[in-house]
Design a protein around this ligand. Structure first.
Ligand SMILES: Cc1cc2nc3c(=O)[nH]c(=O)nc-3n(C[C@H](O)[C@H](O)[C@H](O)COP(=O)(O)O)c2cc1C
Ligand code: SF4
Ligand code: SF4
Length: 253
């Protein structure tokens, strides 16, 4: 069973590739997350959890979903973290989660994918992003091999300062930074509703054909990156910045 959370599509891309390689079911956790519910999984077998890294840890909404869910006792569990370069202390959170849920932890692995945190970083060019995804393919295939054979993944070697620092930054990160308050749409908006459709938290509604952001945002950056006419901005941080259109956008043109 492959269970993922994704904003701009990197983690979905990895989940789907793993699903195809392992002929396994792929489940998008966002429908449960939207309802603040867990799920009851009854099927024995290998569980693979996939999500982006947010501030050196898995997204809190995804961790909450796993905490609320139930799994058959003792099933092997792998965690795959897509990130722009560094997964920090994410493996520690994943190991703890597996232990709490009675799963048999077989490791956490990083898959480096294009950066999507638009307000604070430069998005790669199409060529840079294509190269990153190309380099990720053999990593994903090795995860599939490990899962097929039931092997554990190598220890990623989390550094001591990552262990100590991440829990300290995580709370203020969510408390002071993660909010939809700075999002707005510009006059370029054509009222297509894509921002609302792609929000994995169902946090956007359309009023008079313009998006209105609610209180439940996890800063996944789907709304701002995937708007087809670049009509979403985040305060003054994103003006004139190139957007990341997700893995599918790299196969176009
Ligand atoms: C809120 C937020 C925090 C992020 N923090 C990190 C991080 O700590 N380390 C990192 O390498 N990438 C970080 N990124 C980049 C994403 O993890 C990366 O682009 C990921 O593959 C996006 O996955 P998605 O397309 O499935 O949403 C962050 C992105 C966002 C939106
Ligand atoms: S995706 Fe862009 S153009 Fe479409 S409704 Fe949202 S802001 Fe407007
Ligand atoms: S409002 Fe935008 S950034 Fe926030 S969760 Fe929804 S799509 Fe992601």
């Amino acid at each position: 069973m492959i269970i993922y959370f994704s904003g701009t599509g990197n983690s979905r891309f990895v989940a789907e590739r793993l699903g195809a390689a392992l002929s396994d079911k792929v489940i998008d956790a966002s429908r449960f997350i939207q309802e603040e519910k867990g799920a009851v999984f009854t099927k024995s077998g290998t569980y693979i959890f996939i999500s982006p890294v947010y501030a050196a840890a898995p997204p809190v909404v995804f961790m909450d979903f796993i905490r609320r869910s139930r799994f058959p006792e003792g099933c092997p569990a792998y965690f795959v973290m897509t990130c722009a370069g560094d997964m920090g202390a994410a493996p520690l959170y994943c190991e703890k989660l597996a232990y709490k849920k009675g799963l048999h932890y077989l490791g956490t692995v990083r898959v480096v994918m294009p950066q999507n945190y638009l307000p604070f970083f430069r998005m790669g060019t199409k060529e840079e992003n294509r190269i990153k995804i190309e380099a990720a393919l053999p990593v994903i295939d090795r995860i599939a091999d490990a899962a097929r054979d039931g092997h554990s993944l190598p220890d990623p070697g989390t550094k001591i300062w990552e262990r100590l620092l991440t829990p300290l930054i995580l709370k203020p990160f969510y408390k002071f930074l993660v909010s939809a308050k700075a999002f707005f749409s510009t006059e370029k908006c054509i009222g297509c509703g894509k921002c609302a459709k792609v929000c994995p938290l169902n946090n956007i509604t359309l009023t008079e054909k313009r998006p209105v952001w609610g209180e439940r945002c996890t800063h996944c950056m789907a709304c701002i990156n995937l708007c087809p006419v670049n009509a979403v901005e985040y305060g003054r941080w994103t003006r004139r910045k190139v957007r990341y259109g997700g893995p599918e956008s790299l196969t176009k043109d």
